[in-house]
Design a protein around this ligand. Structure first.
Ligand code: EAX
Length: 350
């Protein structure tokens, strides 16, 4: 080959590669880079292996947060703690993963709080509709006294709760028609998380809700067992729900945190300095993951629209119609959750 031909071939390959990169970028929005690890190496005795399982897929912000967690823990333990990541419910759905922590066959998981309300009734605070008006209020609650108290309360029954991250504000999708008002929900079969307040929300709004685990959801949507579901934009996209759902409405009806849990059996074997390292890493993971999810929402909506999904943004009046219709849910749950707790969140929102 002559030099000229070589150059031409190389530049053709270069162009092809560039084309490919552009394509990939439009299919999956770019995430903020994983930060450098801060802090010294922590000296402690022993070598440990830690399996960390989540329900969301490898292309979501949660997994990205886990990659940062892995990097912090491995670097700062100088390789004495090895972290292995399992996305996409490979080791079981959210509730199965929590049981595996309790029996000591899995070391870490980070589910949404909602499926855990039967174990930790106070988590129901996060299932109340339209309670957290902005991400800042959610941060204040999670990173303040209420959040700390909940982590302490959840550190029982074989679990140690070491931090918060977020799934985010939930949005409605369905395969039938555009939804702009509660009346549009009539007869729609909506999958909810395994949580009584979510069931109540969708019943009160006039839909036909069915609880099931997240791990079963894609297939249920694909086969038409349910018409719709609700999850944050990042989770809708990373789960490819747009492939089986043509309509999305930006309802922001519930804010869902992820709680970072460790198996107590594993925790009790760790030297105190490594326990602290895990707490620090969980905090840094949570902050970074929230940043990733929040920074991507606009881009994700655009990408979903480009992929053919109809994205409906509601006017303030339309949002109000949903809020008014769902208001009775507060009466049903206020006493069980604790009116004081609800009022504290409302006060933080002022
Ligand atoms: O933890 O079940 C759900 O819809 C949650 O958003 C999912 O489990 C992510």
């Amino acid at each position: 080959m002559t030099t000229t031909t070589m150059t031409r071939v190389t530049s053709m390959i270069g162009a092809a590669l560039l084309g490919l990169t552009a394509l990939q970028a439009s299919a999956a929005p770019e995430m903020p880079p994983i930060p450098d690890v801060q802090g010294d190496v922590v000296q402690a005795d022993g070598d440990f292996k830690l399996k960390f399982s989540i329900g969301t897929t490898q292309s979501g912000a949660q997994y990205r947060g886990l990659e940062y967690f892995e990097k912090i823990v491995e670097q700062r333990s100088d390789g004495h703690i090895q972290v292995e990541l399992f996305p996409g419910a490979q080791l079981g759905d959210d509730l199965q993963a929590v049981s595996a922590l309790q029996s000591g066959t899995l070391e870490m998981t980070a589910p949404s709080t909602s499926p855990l309300v039967s174990m930790f009734p106070k988590f129901a605070l996060f299932d109340l509709p339209f309670l957290f008006p902005t991400p800042d209020v959610a941060d204040q609650v999670l990173d303040g006294e209420i959040g700390q108290q909940m982590l302490d309360d959840a550190s029982t029954n074989g679990l140690v709760a070491i931090g918060w991250a977020e799934n985010g504000y939930r949005q409605l999708t369905n395969s039938r028609h555009e939804v702009t008002a509660p009346e549009d929900l009539e007869g729609l079969k909506i999958r909810t998380m395994q949580n009584p307040i979510h069931l109540d929300i969708w019943r009160t709004l006039g839909a036909n809700p069915t609880p099931m685990s997240f791990a079963e959801l894609f297939t249920a949507l694909e086969q038409g067992v349910v018409d719709g579901q609700e999850n944050p934009w990042i989770t809708i996209q990373s789960s490819r729900f747009n492939e089986v759902q043509d309509y999305a409405t930006e309802t922001n009806h519930v804010y869902t945190p992820f709680i970072t849990l460790v198996s107590e059996r594993f925790w009790s074997r760790l030297p105190a300095d490594y326990q602290q390292l895990l707490r620090d890493a969980a905090k840094q993971m949570g902050d970074y993951e929230r940043h990733v999810g929040r920074s991507m929402n606009d881009q994700i909506k655009q990408d979903l629209a480009d992929s053919g999904m109809q994205i409906t943004e509601l006017t303030p009046e339309q949002v109000k119609a949903f809020q008014e219709k769902v208001a009775p849910v507060y009466d049903n749950w206020r006493d069980q959750i604790g009116g004081e707790l609800i009022d504290q969140v409302r006060a933080a929102s002022q």
